[in-house]
Design a protein around this ligand. Structure first.
Ligand code: COS
Length: 381
């Protein structure tokens, strides 16, 4: 299907595909096996200016458009759903600054993210605050010109590797979600340490780690927006970043579908390639159709956000829920088409199925997405 990408978009798509095919493909199994962080690929993203795509031009980036970020995320995820997350995680970590930061904060931090010198990370989730994002327990107590942060964040993408963290903490416990605020905390700040590295089912080429804040002194200049704005900043960030997860899901699904289609023409049973059997053909037809529908919804949402509209929580949740469900279905069917081989680590589809699963869970479970969609659509009647 032709999505009428601009010259620039075709160019970044080609760069991302080249990086994925030539640099990521040869190492994806190694990082999946080792559960380690792909610094060599971060270096490649830096050299090819892919980090700059995350950031608008006025802050030394080259784009900042959600559509452009979706294009590169999809291409990287087509080859590996995990390794590209160093970039996607940085985008997510940066959004609170871009959305609600002061001009000074933007001038200070966004260029560092654009040139890839420093990774960012978004720190909202806690042991008791996942779907219930308003339930954070980390506190930030005002002390003169500083805030003192205490608490523990969990499952933070780029945790331990990033240097710039956007952290949500309660400045007024009595107000619950309306008492949450967002802070920039830099790696190396005294009292800020990292807990265990998580051993995950999928996206193992990305870092997921606990963050521990023990009386961490954060200057008041690092408060993003105003006290009490934290929950709103988190929601706006997720609205803007969920299409990125959806694009990741489309990419993973596309990669698995291509493997399955190729395999179906090579694998012979009953003296014929299995692609000649209608049972397999129908599966491939459904996979291709679902991927195209998901891609169309992601691109339409990304373009809607880039057009400058103010509200897009519903559409953002719709593309995330649809694309991630498609990714799970398509990768599972790809394993099915490859049969016993698909279940083995020698072939990439089992990894794609493991990688796909997280897209139904993180940045809001698909049950939460459906709640967001329902609550927004009911407002229309
Ligand atoms: N944009 C701007 N403001 C929003 C918003 C959005 N998308 N969604 C909610 N708000 C505002 C509401 O307008 C409300 O404002 P007031 O206090 O002025 O009335 C406030 O935020 C609270 O909203 P609400 O009552 O809907 O909050 P709930 O606690 O019921 O929950 C959900 C909202 C479930 C949507 C939210 O908690 C959520 O998105 N959870 C998932 C979080 C998540 O993705 N976690 C994964 C980890 S982060 S990687």
């Amino acid at each position: 299907m032709d999505y009428f990408l601009t010259e620039e978009q075709l160019e970044i798509k080609e760069i991302a595909r080249k990086v994925a095919e030539e640099k990521i493909k040869p190492v994806r199994a190694k990082y999946d096996e080792e559960n380690s962080f792909p610094w060599e690929i971060v270096e490649v993203f830096k050299q090819t200016d892919l980090f700059a795509v995350l950031v608008p031009e006025e802050y030394d980036g080259i784009s900042g458009s959600v559509m452009d970020i979706a294009i590169i995320t999809e291409e990287l995820s087509r080859v590996c759903g995990g390794i590209g997350l160093s970039l996607g995680g940085s985008g997510l970590g940066m959004y609170p600054i871009l959305i609600a930061g002061s001009e000074e904060q933007k001038q200070k931090y966004l260029p560092q993210i654009a040139n890839g010198d420093r990774l960012a990370a978004f720190a909202l989730t806690e042991a008791n605050a996942g779907s219930d994002a308003g339930g954070v327990e980390t506190t930030a107590v005002k002390d003169g010109d500083n805030y003192i942060l205490n608490g523990t964040k969990q499952w933070i993408t780029n945790g331990g590797e990033a240097e710039i963290y956007t952290v949500f903490a309660l400045t007024d416990k009595s107000k619950g979600a309306r008492g949450a605020s967002c802070f920039i905390v830099e790696k190396g700040t005294e009292g800020f340490t990292f807990g265990k590295k998580e051993d995950k089912l999928g996206i193992r080429g990305s870092a997921t780690r606990e963050l521990v804040f023990d009386n961490v002194v954060v200057p008041k200049e690092n408060l993003i927006g105003r006290e009490g704005n934290g929950f709103m900043i988190a929601m706006k960030t997720l609205d803007k970043s969920r299409p990125m997860v959806a694009a990741q899901a489309v990419g993973i699904a596309q990669g698995a579908y291509e493997e399955a289609a190729r395999y179906s023409k090579e694998r012979t049973q009953f003296n014929k390639p299995i692609s000649s059997f209608q049972g397999v053909q129908f599966m491939l037809a459904d996979m291709a159709t679902q991927i195209e529908a998901a891609r169309a919804l992601v691109y339409a949402t990304a373009r809607m956000i880039d057009s400058g509209v103010k509200r897009y929580a519903k559409e953002s949740a719709m593309c995330k829920v649809f694309a991630s469900d498609v990714a799970m279905k398509v990768t599972t069917d790809a394993v099915q088409i490859l049969g016993g081989y698909g279940y083995m680590k020698e072939y990439p589809v089992e990894k794609m199925m493991r990688d796909a699963k997280i897209t139904q869970i993180y940045e809001g479970t698909n049950q939460i997405q459906r709640s967001v969609i329902a609550s927004n659509l009911l407002k229309e009647f």
